[in-house]
Design a protein around this ligand. Structure first.
Ligand code: ATP
Ligand code: MG
Length: 358
């Protein structure tokens, strides 16, 4: 129950096209995250699925049934917003019961569902309180409870954690993952926070300008980003991108010269790469380390406890970030010699298409 199919969806506000020809199959029971920068159309897409926004083109089906003409209440989905808007004059219990009473559920059934949601969310002791007597995290849980009691086919979350402080956000993230495991319900979660996406999703759909650039399991997207945009959006710190000139292949592998003159041999098959202009090498901070032959100067040293991020300048001024151990001895201004673990490097052509090794 709860599979969702989107076919050729489009949405324009006046002359502005916000969602373009978007098709996607969401499998029943999966936790899918729509991830992308501000303004890329995540909320609009979610609101179209919920029925809060009319599609300009395309079809939406839930459990095999067309729903695009149905009002939100008949689509069988429940949405949780960033601003959870609980009724301030009602108790937690009444906030959860309200929607069910409106559709004529029996008092016994309402009581059963509230008890079940309260058990799952561990808010049984808060049922008699009003929202003003709750912490932000407790309010967010009540908002989720209000969605759970509807027993929807799918939960739609629009940045529900962004009003919480960092500690609470990471706790709630774990709670949501647990909730998903318990309920096995379809969940669509919108965020621009890639940590939320990486940690909770069964699949991430990375969006850019109203389109899905890539969809896949979190580590698949991390390891094999399909485009430069995805590569730059996923991962903290952001991937290093360095313009390169092709050199003669080495054992069939693509080799390149960095702007400072140093050469690298990648794990990428040279035959796949037709272009010679506008190429960029991409590698993550964890794939560049001390102990090589690329000279650099440390500019900024960020100590994170378990590891240290060092922002450094190559001889030509190119800046890169690399990772060192938590007990790194590197200080600002130090001269270092770096190595790129080039088997893990990616190549991007002028159109932003990615090539991977391995
Ligand atoms: N009612 C509207 N009228 C006109 N333009 C709109 C309307 N709603 C959204 N837009 C535009 O559509 C684009 C996508 O908006 P949307 O809210 O879906 O982005 P988002 O990905 O959710 O961004 P954020 O991360 O900031 O919430 C934006 O450029 C926005 O300005
Ligand atoms: Mg939004």
């Amino acid at each position: 129950m709860g599979g969702i199919a989107l076919r050729g969806l489009g949405k324009s506000f006046g002359s502005v096209e916000v969602i373009r020809d978007l098709s996607l199959d969401i499998v029943s029971g999966e936790f899918i995250v729509f991830l992308g920068p501000s303004g890329c159309g995540k909320s609009t897409l979610l609101r179209m699925i919920a029925g809060l926004e009319e599609a300009s083109a395309g079809e939406i089906s839930i459990d095999g049934r067309r729903v695009d003409a149905l009002p939100p209440g008949q689509r069988g989905v429940a949405m949780v917003f960033q601003h959870y808007a609980l009724y301030p004059h009602m108790t937690v219990r009444d906030n959860m019961a309200f929607g069910l009473r409106n559709v004529g559920q029996s008092p016994d059934e309402i009581e059963r569902r509230i008890a079940e949601a309260a058990r799952i969310l561990e808010i049984g002791h808060l049922l008699a309180r009003k929202p003003a007597q709750l912490s932000g995290g407790q309010r967010q849980r009540v908002a989720i409870g209000r969605a759970i009691v509807k027993e929807p086919k799918a939960f739609l979350f629009d940045e529900p954690l962004s009003n919480l402080d960092a500690a609470l956000r990471s706790r709630t993230r774990i709670e949501l993952a647990r909730l998903h495991q318990q309920m096995k319900a379809t969940m669509i979660f919108v965020t621009h926070d890639q940590v939320e996406a990486m940690t909770m999703a069964t699949r991430i759909a990375v969006m850019n300008h109203g389109r899905i650039e890539q969809i896949g399991a979190p580590m698949e997207i991390y390891r094999r980003p399909a485009t430069r945009f995805v590569a730059g959006f996923i991962g903290t710190p952001a991937m290093n991108f360095v313009p390169v000139q092709p050199l003669a292949p080495v054992d069939g592998r693509f080799a390149a010269r960095l702007p400072d003159g140093s050469g690298v041999v990648t794990g990428i098959a040279a035959a796949a790469i037709k272009e010679t202009q506008g190429l960029e090498l991409g590698f993550r901070a964890e794939h560049m380390r001390l102990g090589g032959e690329i000279p650099a100067t440390a500019d900024v040293v960020e100590r994170l406890g378990d590891r240290t991020l060092v922002y450094a300048r190559l001889r030509d001024g190119t800046t890169v970030v690399f990772e060192d151990g938590g007990d790194s001895r590197i200080a600002v201004g130090d001269e270092v010699a770096l190595a790129i673990e080039s088997g893990a490097a990616h190549l991007f052509d002028a159109q932003g298409r990615a090539y991977h090794g391995g």
